[in-house]
Design a protein around this ligand. Sequence first.
Ligand code: ADP
Length: 249
Amino acid sequence: MDFENRVVLVTGGGAGLGEACALEFAAQGARVAVADWSAESAERVASRINDNGGEAIALAIDVSRADQVDEMVNRILSPWGRLDVAVNNAGVSAPIKPLAETEEDDYERLMGVNLKGVWLCMRAELRQMLKQGGGNIVNMASALSKRVFPGASFYVASKFAVAGMTRTAALEYAEQGIRINAVCPGNVRTPLLESTTDAQTQQILAGLHAMKRMGTPEEVAQAVLWLASGRASFCTGNLMSVDGGWTAG
Ligand code: ADP
């Protein structure tokens, strides 16, 4: 998978799955824009890439704000002039609760990032990709784009919606040389997950997968890179499961 000099944007690139994607694209020769609302996390990942002889910039942005998203694309164009690949990965979760107990604030915050954020990013990315005559988008969906999970009503809703938006946009832009796919990870061992869940919960999460273990961020990144690469040249509108067999059942 050759990404030599390709310009790649990873939103939520400062941690977890996004960080693994940013590092792997850089390892394959890409110039990487690491966008995250944590300026510190974005800087840390960009520095790791630059310190290893790669080329990265850090962008502190909130994907739920239209002005900041449009500005994000401009800040990539000013050094690099184009946007070849966009990975829309920024996401948040909400407390696990049955629907009747959920809060409006949590709903607004989650939908603002997981759904509106992906829509705003795709809109800005597509406008640039249409101008330059092609591009590639990979959205971070979830196994919960295909299965439901009690206690996660609006998280599930946001991920089902991302799956639908991915497939719709894939059809809209297939003839213009823009492939649009999504990766649907199962439960992945990230620092965030390990710091917020106890050992028993982690065991339950791993047990949902046929393989009875959690995934790693690197395993998810490999699927993202493959979809974004020329090897996937006939794939668009795909929702690729990387979930140890969870949704096969
Ligand atoms: P995952 O396990 O999906 O990788 P993380 O929480 O580890 O989850 O990573 C998600 C990343 O998305 C974090 O770095 C977080 O700062 C980032 N993020 C969350 N909300 C926003 C937002 N509104 N704008 C930009 N980045 C965001």
